[in-house]
Design a protein around this ligand. Sequence first.
Ligand SMILES: [Ca+2]
Ligand SMILES: [Ca+2]
Ligand SMILES: [Ca+2]
Length: 428
Amino acid sequence: MRSRFLASVLAPVLLATSAVVVAPSAAAEPAPTYPLTIDSGSWDAGHIQGIAIDEKNGYVYHSFTEMLVKTDLQGNVIGTVEGFTGHLGDLDFNPEDGRVYGSLEYKDEESFYIAIFDVDKINKSGMDAEGSGIVSAVYLEEVVEDFTADMNGDGVFDGNIADTPDHRYGASGIDGVSFGPAFGNPAGEQKLMVAYGIYENNRRDDNNYQVILEYDTSEWSQYEKPLTQANPHQSGPADEDGKYFVPTGNTRYGVQNLSYDESSGLWYMGVYRGSKPEFPNYGLYVVDGVSQPELTELEGQPVEESGLVVPLADMGIVHPGTGITGFEDKADVGIEPIGDGYFYIAEDFDDVSSGEKRESATLHLMEWTGDTPLGFQKVPEGDAPALPQPDEEVPGLSSGKSFPGSSMSSSVFDALLQGSDGFSSSSF
Ligand SMILES: [Ca+2]
Ligand SMILES: [Ca+2]
Ligand SMILES: [Ca+2]
């Protein structure tokens, strides 16, 4: 009697339990999707300068001028690297070696670097920029030469000020960085493109180009040295592999954010708007990766000089006076493609909720439309693209690269727990 009773009581329970266990895999689950927003956190640091995303492993890197923040795609902080005494600017993730590259300036020391982060090691808050073995640096001689150029020949380099004829092309240092193919060779090997900062100065005519240097970082292991901020090293390539000029008109501090989108073959240059009245002063300029650089006389130079000029893409708003094309969207503190025409674009703000001002940012999931005036639109709820699956083949990523199960599965779990905010039937 007893066993029969138990069986009759338990059987439905067991059936129900197994049904519950079976149901999720039996039903067609919506694939987890990218979140519409990612919180960069609030930090006692400078403002956000740029972002990099490792889509396959589900990590986001946020540069906050004096520190690097690593989060997952839900904005959970994995760790930070702190103690930069210079200016950490824009970032990019290198899929070929799994590391993050960022521009790093020490203007007073006349030293400019690409900082390379061994990001797999970032696993807790407050890791040291110098002592943790995470950051190495490669010195960029070409930037130093243009930044320190005594253009008026008075024997004095005027230093880190905008109101001077010094600094070749108006170079203030470097900021925007991105991996991508050389201009005019979209099927070629990836290079690291490094954009100059250019001082805003409306009283000179030789500062109307964005200047972009090209480097082949596959040969950089010979130059990489640990960061030594008190005594900056000068280990780096003697020359760049290419130097290009994009005619946008003068902007305030040049290309703030540079990114290459493989799906469209376009380069995106987010800027702080310039103020020369003869130029359109857009917020965003675009270069088509197929456009061939042409050796052309550079306009407005004190001494006649030619350079490889890359035209702006034939899209967007066309300025009647100059023919300069561009868009009005704000893409000056973080823009990063995630494939298929989707991007995250950072919106920076002050967070005073703690009673003290802290720098914060929200990354918004955006879709490239190419429509004027903005170029981008926010992705509506339900339309977010699916996250890449860990077992998908990744072009350019070495087959030995492992996917930390913890991060991806927790991201997926978080997305599932988010419920209808995370995904809907129209998202796959
Ligand atoms: Ca910047
Ligand atoms: Ca001078
Ligand atoms: Ca970038």
